[in-house]
Design a protein around this ligand. Structure first.
Ligand code: PEP
Ligand code: CO
Length: 452
């Protein structure tokens, strides 16, 4: 094993910088015990999977692939169930088929799961009816119940997060090896909602074309489409809780450097993306591809510094920039950022997260997002990249395969009043099954308008 090639970096060098958004654990001994436990457990992913994803991301940056990243805002330990995992995979798989045939490009599928347990919060505390407690920071840290004991950060939760990630991944790997037989053909999809859309004919035409293409491919190759295409899912999560990420970062035989083997694609969130602080310090040294959220406060010069810091060698597939600017701000904010990246001459992958810049609160205090704003930001991202001669290589959604009512709008016209019916997210509102499918159809529709 040779030493990491990254200048002046070690797996512990983040500890010399300020680490934002970290919990305060009750004592060092119990923290160390949990970390020692996690450090000794086997990796969840392998270095060759990580390297393969990097190759795929390099292709996405060149337009030879399209990246679909999606899943939970915050996974919970209670979500580690067969039905939840299966429906989440199904929706991503179906969306990816729509995108594959609609965009005529292979799709790289990356889940926000098997490790998405840590959440950054705007405030360290939460007050309800005059009582103030520490904020919920994700199941890897504390419990969402509003009670003092529940909100205490417990280091043993890291061991449980590892175990839940591993159990989730186990089912994901089993299902992707052959359990998707009924998902390949649109006639098995639940497309009833399409009737409620003014674009029903167009959506049906897309679904029919996908079905015809799949039938055709299966006929000419005499193989089922899964084996023609191969179904691979990669995992991703926000690399927020740095002691945990460190415990899962390892050297491997015959390869230089340190890999985060707790996930394929860790990302740095909007609240922790400062170039001189701990999260960027951790991310700059690992071998994995790294995502970086780009919010409205990002300036072109800071973005250039971050690119130099995170990807100094311009390594293909290394850096993925995830814009999350908001439907109102993207028109002003994105063009100068794209120009700044172009001025570096480096090849990075841009993807659009149209969720996080479009969160709002209803009069009743419920966090929601409007389908029209999510789609609006995405369509603007596609237009702006095209106008700037840049390439949008993927999308990032918070979604679930279930019939929740967390986001407003979509073909069925969910309203504020519907939010009470099935609002299950502990943190951010997700697109439900129908809204997610509609989003995939809408991307295809927009793509065709831009390119046909
Ligand atoms: C998230 O992806 O759930 C999140 C918190 O995003 P951001 O860092 O972009 O706000
Ligand atoms: Co979120």
């Amino acid at each position: 094993m040779s030493a990491p090639a990254v200048h002046d970096w070690s797996l512990r060098s983040w500890r010399e910088k300020e680490a934002l958004q970290q919990p305060t654990y009750p004592d060092d001994a119990s923290l160390q015990e949990a970390l020692d436990h996690v450090s000794a457990l086997p990796p969840l992913v392998t270095s060759w999977e990580v390297e393969h994803l990097k190759t795929e991301l390099a292709r996405a940056a060149n337009g030879e692939r399209f990246l679909l990243q999606g899943g939970e805002c915050a996974e919970s330990f209670g979500d580690c169930r067969a039905d939840t995992i299966t429906s989440r995979l199904k929706i991503l798989m179906q969306m990816s088929l729509v995108l594959t045939y609609g965009l005529n490009t292979r799709v790289v599928r990356v889940g926000r799961f098997a490790g998405q347990y840590a959440k950054p919060r705007s405030s360290d505390t939460e007050t309800r009816n005059g009582t103030t407690l520490p904020s919920y920071r994700g199941d890897i840290i504390n419990d969402p119940a509003f009670a003092p004991e529940a909100r205490h950060p417990d280091p043993q939760r890291m061991v449980e997060a590892y175990a839940s990630s591993s159990l989730t991944l186990n089912l994901v790997r089993a299902l992707t090896e052959g359990g998707f037989a009924d998902l390949r053909h649109p006639e098995y999809w639940d497309l009833d909602f399409v009737q409620h859309s003014p674009l029903a004919d167009e959506y049906h035409a897309i679904a029919d074309a996908i079905g015809d293409t799949i039938d055709f491919l299966e006929t000419v190759t005499d193989e089922e489409i899964d084996s023609v295409e191969g179904v691979t899912f990669y995992t991703s999560h926000e690399a927020l809780l740095l002691p945990y990420e460190e415990a899962l970062s390892r050297t491997v035989p015959h390869k230089a450097g340190v890999y985060n083997l707790g996930t394929h694609l860790p990302w740095v969130g909007k609240r922790t993306n400062q170039p001189n602080k701990a999260h960027v310090e951790y991310a700059r040294g690992i071998e994995n591809p790294v995502g970086l959220k780009v919010g409205p406060a990002m300036t072109p010069s800071r973005l250039k510094t971050l690119i130099r810091t995170l990807d100094p060698e311009d390594e293909p597939g290394k850096l993925m920039l995830i814009s999350r600017l908001g439907a109102d701000a993207i028109g002003d904010k994105l063009p100068p950022l794209l120009q700044a990246v172009q001025a570096t001459g480096q090849s990075v992958l841009w993807i659009a997260d149209p969720m996080h810049g479009n969160t709002e609160k209803t009069d009743a205090g419920i966090k929601t997002r409007r389908f029209e704003n999510v789609l609006g930001e995405l369509e603007q991202a596609m237009d702006i990249h095209a106008a700037e001669g840049s390439h949008l290589g993927g999308v990032h959604f918070e979604l679930t395969g279930e019939d929740v009512t967390e986001c407003i709008g979509g073909a069925r016209g969910l309203s504020e009043a519907d939010l009470g019916r099935a609002y299950e997210s502990h943190v951010d509102p997700r697109l439900n099954y129908e809204q997610s499918m509609e989003m995939a159809f809408s991307i295809v529709r927009k793509h065709r308008r831009l390119h046909d």
